[in-house]
Design a protein around this ligand. Structure first.
Ligand code: ZN
Length: 329
């Protein structure tokens, strides 16, 4: 067990170190070509623009994701996300343990729902914490979650599983508290963890947790880019009705949007979140990618195509662990 643990840790660390070296090369190249102050301002803006929703005049979109790497070199790296998960190739390990819903049952202090022009996002203060568990070696704190979705009952998830694409995907973003804050962590190879859930968008029942988001949007809040509203805090657990947490996949990847930093330890759950068709339609039909009063384009199909695995290993929880029945789930 210990030997296996060490081996796995060494493997992950080796991948992480390789990625640090790659990131450093990319940054060094960028520094050589651009004046340092401009680079620093550009860096700050790109991070701020994407992560705080100040996306007016955003310089990237989903119509040509293959061109992102021209402006954001990391997007052309070898540890990119999303990926297709081939379940027959996933390497099972005893070292991954089940997640339980109690992890998600804590209510954050504040929640702000916003439209950042690329997604519907909920910023959290006082988000839940994952403390050195499930092979996430440090302490990670949740800071936001957001959604990727399709157009009219199509396929809009970012990851695919055995080439199957779901209607949508929820990303819960956490940062490594070894770093001072999210902004300091976002470009570090072990800086972020994302918990991803596929979304099935044609379920017979409403997901009452998701209503807390869709009702706000239906009321006209966060409908246009740059708009936001404080909402009553709720536990993320509320979104996970009908969802089993038992099986998931783990790999090292990147942000799926520019600047595509290779900083994310991904956890992709096998069982989707279920929402009703009417809830899915709120995303498909009411959300716009532009500011209020401008030429209005619906926001949908906000997913990046799958990226090459480039030899990375996708790990999965050992099947014998799945049957340790857990009343918490
Ligand atoms: Zn995302």
């Amino acid at each position: 067990m210990d030997a296996q643990n060490n081996e796995y840790q060494m493997h992950l660390r080796a991948v992480i170190n390789e990625s640090i070296a790659t990131n450093r090369d990319i940054l060094n190249t960028a520094y050589r070509h651009i004046e340092k102050p401009v680079m620093i301002i550009g860096f700050c803006l790109s991070v701020l623009c994407f992560f705080t929703g100040l996306t007016a005049g955003s310089s990237w979109n989903y119509s040509s994701p293959e061109s992102w790497s021209r402006k954001y070199p990391a997007c052309g790296g070898r540890r990119q996300s999303p990926i297709n998960i081939d379940t027959s190739e996933a390497e099972s390990t005893w070292l991954l343990e089940r997640f339980t819903k109690s992890l998600f049952s804590e209510e954050p202090e504040n929640m702000t729902l916003k439209n950042n022009g690329h997604s519907i996002q909920v910023d959290l203060t006082g988000g839940f914490v994952i403390d050195n568990m499930r092979l996430l070696f440090d302490r990670y704190k949740a800071v936001q979650f957001h959604v990727h979705w399709a157009k009219s009952n199509g396929k809009g998830s970012e990851h695919t599983i055995n080439d199957k694409r779901y209607w949508g995907e929820l990303h819960i973003v956490l940062y490594n508290t070894d770093y001072e804050d999210f902004e300091s962590a976002v470009s570090k190879s072990d800086g972020l963890a994302v918990l991803a859930f596929f979304i099935y968008g044609d379920f017979s029942f409403k997901n009452s947790g998701f209503d807390k988001i869709t009702e706000e949007i239906s009321d006209g809040n966060a409908k246009y880019e740059g708009e936001s509203v404080e909402i009553s805090p709720f536990a993320i657990d509320d979104l996970l009705q009908y969802t089993f947490l038992k099986s998931y996949y783990r790999y090292l990847g990147s942000l799926t949007t520019p600047p595509c930093y290779e900083s994310v330890t991904w956890t992709v759950f096998e069982d989707p979140i279920y929402i009703s068709r009417s809830q899915a339609r709120v995303f498909e039909e009411i959300v716009y990618e532009n500011e209020r009063g401008h030429h209005h384009e619906h926001l949908y199909n906000n997913y990046r195509p799958v990226q090459p695995l480039n030899g990375r290993t996708v790990y999965t929880i050992d099947s014998s662990r799945l049957y340790n029945f857990d009343y918490d789930d």
